[in-house]
Write a protein that binds this ligand. Structure first.
Ligand SMILES: [Zn+2]
Length: 385
């Protein structure tokens, strides 16, 4: 049993506790005390104690592509880089996956929503202390296939190799046919959480509304015909939302260019939808960030995206970027995005708060501004268990 104390304890169940104590055994929260006075055998730290971080959007299997696509190229050229350069020696791919998993553990990340296109990450996910929800991603460039079951056979056997929890998910609005949305819904059991990339570039709405722009070029490069229903005349979010029932649990990823109208529409239609922001990736690819003021903060979670579109896999670093560029937000708000909201988005109630009886991971954030209850540029995280 350990008794941990720091300048502030953030449980996510109540206001931050000044000089409180967390009592834990092998990671399980046994008690939270509101004062350290008279408590023996204390381990005293400088900084903040928080629940383990949740990375709600990652692509572990793309870890070997770090630096392969230059920053600032915009989404469609970035996607073309990923597709054309992702094949590499198996050992390089596997070593990069193991290293990325280790990086996340060292950064205090305990739960990850991870996109997979194949089974490369299965072994690491089984061995890691991180709990991964695999979002097994399907796409067909909006082109229907005569025998969809035969065309999905390999994907389904790869999916079966992945440890649970897992679900089939659509890649993005511009890459999934009506037939494939229906298939995904049929393959997934009721109540499972799915994800979708959404409005990561202005070009996405341009494609759905007018049938123009970079995505037209993407279809031409793949030798694919422009889908018959494009343009649909309305936004991408309005389009993909038609394929899901209101009770669908969703991690909607990026939303960098989502309009106030679309955000309101999605929040009203899907009570179990969460917005996953990946600020560093948005800056890396599009050099832009979402206008967070438009979103319901209770439904915001944070992702790192892949090492292909980021400099590191660190939720603390994503929090620093959000706070630096959005001074109306405070550390306590954004910590919820990084912990409990991510856990709720992934439907993993055992994570995200220092709740008695749970084992949510315990982080120490060091080199903080205690007076302002804020993190600083030089703040670092150290997992305490
Ligand atoms: Zn992604």
């Amino acid at each position: 049993m350990r008794k941990l104390t720091a300048d502030y304890i953030f449980t996510n169940n109540e206001a931050p506790i000044h000089q409180g104590v967390v009592i834990e055994e092998n990671g399980k929260i046994l008690d939270i005390l509101h004062s350290r006075e008279g408590v023996s055998d204390l381990e005293t730290f400088e900084g903040f104690i928080t629940p383990g971080f949740v990375n709600a959007h990652c692509h572990l299997e793309l870890s070997h592509l770090k630096g392969v696509s230059d920053s600032g190229k915009r989404l469609v050229p970035f996607l073309l880089d990923v597709v054309s350069k992702r094949d590499m020696d198996d050992k390089i791919i596997m070593d990069s996956i193991a290293k990325a998993d280790q990086e996340m553990r060292e950064e205090g990340i305990v739960l990850v929503g991870d996109i997979s296109n194949g089974s490369d990450t299965a072994k690491i996910k089984e061995q890691s202390s991180i709990l991964y929800h695999t979002f097994f991603e399907l796409f067909d460039m909006m082109r229907e296939t005569p025998d969809i079951d035969a065309s999905l056979a390999t994907k389904i056997s790869d999916f079966e190799m992945m440890p649970s929890p897992k679900s089939f998910v659509p890649h993005a609005p511009y890459s999934v046919s009506t037939q494939l949305y229906e298939k995904i819904n049929n393959l997934n059991p009721e109540g499972v959480v799915i994800s979708i990339h959404n409005q990561e570039t202005l070009e996405e709405d341009k494609f759905f509304i007018e049938g123009k722009g970079d995505f037209r070029k993407l279809f031409e490069t793949f030798g694919a015909e422009l889908p018959a229903n494009i343009p649909v005349g309305y936004s991408s979010a309005q389009y993909w939302s038609k394929f899901f029932k209101e009770e669908q649990a969703l991690c909607i990823v990026h939303n960098t260019f989502s309009s106030a109208e679309d955000i309101k529409f999605i929040q009203e239609k899907f009570p179990h939808a969460y917005w996953v922001t990946c600020p560093n990736a948005n800056l890396y690819i599009e050099n832009a960030l979402p206008n967070y003021q438009l979103f319901d903060f209770e439904r915001m979670a944070i992702g790192t995206d892949s090492l292909t579109s980021n400099w590191q896999l660190s939720i603390l670093d994503e929090m620093k970027v959000i706070l630096k560029l959005n001074a109306y937000l405070n550390f306590e708000d954004v910590l919820k995005w990084a912990t409990i909201n991510g856990a709720r988005a992934l439907k993993q109630d055992g994570f995200g708060s220092l709740e008695l009886g749970n084992s949510p991971g315990i982080n120490l954030i060091k080199n903080v501004d205690v007076e302002k209850v804020a993190i600083k540029k030089g703040s670092v995280v150290e997992p305490l268990n």
